[in-house]
Design a protein around this ligand. Structure first.
Ligand SMILES: [Cu+2]
Length: 421
């Protein structure tokens, strides 16, 4: 925050827009006092999208008939009215949040609408968007409510970004952040390099502006790691306090799902039907399935927004870590990337990992799905306790499958983490 803004001192500015939980924010898309003060003039292409924040329910293995209460973000129509968003989405949050895919140097406007909570009408929490790791020029767009603004129920705020640094990031709500993050308001956001579209080293898509194609890939996959501690979710449902130092998660998830649900396709395959809630087809739409043709190079965009360190392995295939926390692992001309069989990733950290799909091998175990015969490799947590669903016999938890298909039947990917059925 600059010391003086248009002749107004810092305290006066904060008073004029309000701070933290109590303020009503009225900035529309790119307009208003807030936008006029702090938004630079538009330069490149502009991407406009909208997210809505509300509550909902998800299922984890063993809790199919007693779903877990969550908070989350939905991707919604930027032109929809607040009242229509409330009638369509309130109480239908998803987790993980939608993957956000941007191009370096583009202007990005994300309008956040707070729809309120169905299960907890007594709870008048605001929400924010915090783009974790982003080099932000002002706290206004940083989503940290204690030093900026938050979005109260029924109101909207448009966040503005111009990402100058490509790579894999994450985003989350920062309002009462320990609670709202654990309740499910977490997602992956990544920035494609301006080098994308050039043909370098046999690739046209890259993790970074590497200049030599070493971070080129054929397909990319966004994988968000989290844990689930039922006590926190049930406590929020039942108006009970939880003590975070008692943290003891029972489920370990990728993109909001436990194995074997992680390999179900994108979309409504996680539809929840139960007597209390009826059917909710928005809750866990993000697949973690990694489908490859032989010889293709895959980029895993991995982020951890849980509260524990994780160690991820892909037995049978060597991984190469080329990026860390949205930075190419290179110091001048010195290559700092490394090959490994274990990727270590702490809370709030991101890794960009490349590997090449092996040839289809008929002498390995061959499974068949609707696409065809394939070999299976497991991308999984190294800790056996985290491959269990609530202590039940495995495999479960933080694991997904890499399927390498005989004959290369998969068409080119058009969106990140695309699944084929
Ligand atoms: Cu929130």
């Amino acid at each position: 925050m600059p010391e003086r803004l248009s002749g107004m001192d810092r305290r006066g500015f904060l008073r004029s827009v309000g701070i933290g939980a109590t303020v009503a924010v009225g900035a529309g898309a790119g307009g208003g006092v807030l936008g006029g003060l702090l938004m630079p003039p538009a330069a490149g292409a502009t991407t406009t999208l909208a997210l809505a924040a509300t509550d909902g329910y998800v299922t984890v293995p063993g809790r199919e008939d007693d779903p877990l209460y969550i908070f989350g973000f939905d991707k919604v129509d930027p032109n929809a009215s607040v009242s229509s968003l409330i009638s369509t989405y309130k109480g239908h949050a998803q987790t993980s949040a939608p993957h956000l895919d941007f191009l370096q140097n583009d202007d990005i406007k994300i309008t956040l609408t707070n729809l309120g909570l169905v299960q907890r009408p007594d709870l008048t929490d605001s929400h924010t968007i915090h783009w974790h790791g982003f080099d932000i020029p002002s706290p206004l767009n940083d989503g940290v409510p204690e030093v900026s603004v938050a979005v109260p129920i029924g109101r909207q705020l448009t966040y503005f970004y111009r990402p100058h640094r490509e790579g894999t990031y994450m985003y989350h709500c920062h309002f009462e952040d320990v609670e709202h993050v654990h309740m499910g308001m977490t997602g992956i956001v990544f920035v494609r390099p301006t080098q994308d579209g050039s043909s370098i080293g046999g690739f046209t898509s890259f993790a970074y502006n590497d200049g030599d194609g070493t971070t080129g890939y054929n397909r990319h996959f966004a994988l968000l790691l989290n844990e689930v501690w039922a006590h926190f979710h049930d406590g929020d449902r039942d108006i009970q306090e939880s003590i975070p130092t008692n943290y003891d998660p029972q489920w370990f998830i990728i993109n909001g799902r436990c194995y074997p649900d992680t390999v179900l396709p994108n979309g409504d395959s996680m539809t929840t039907t139960n007597t209390t809630l009826g059917t909710d087809d928005h809750s866990q739409p993000n697949s973690s399935l990694i489908q490859l043709n032989p010889g293709e190079r895959a980029l895993l965009r991995i982020a951890n927004l849980g509260y524990q360190q994780h160690a991820m392995q892909l037995p049978g295939i060597t991984m190469k870590v080329v990026g860390q926390d949205a930075s190419l692992l290179r110091n001048g001309s010195t290559d700092l990337s490394y090959e490994t069989n274990t990727v270590y990733i702490g809370p709030g950290e991101a890794r960009d990992v490349l590997f090449t799909a092996p040839a289809f091998n008929p002498s390995l175990q061959v499974q068949t799905d609707s696409v065809g015969p394939h070999n299976v490799y497991y991308f999984k947590n190294r800790d056996w306790r985290r491959l269990s669903n609530d202590g039940q016999p495995g495999p479960g938890g933080m694991m997904t499958e890499v399927r390498v298909y005989q004959g290369g039947p998969l068409p080119a990917q058009t969106v990140v983490s695309q699944t084929y059925t």
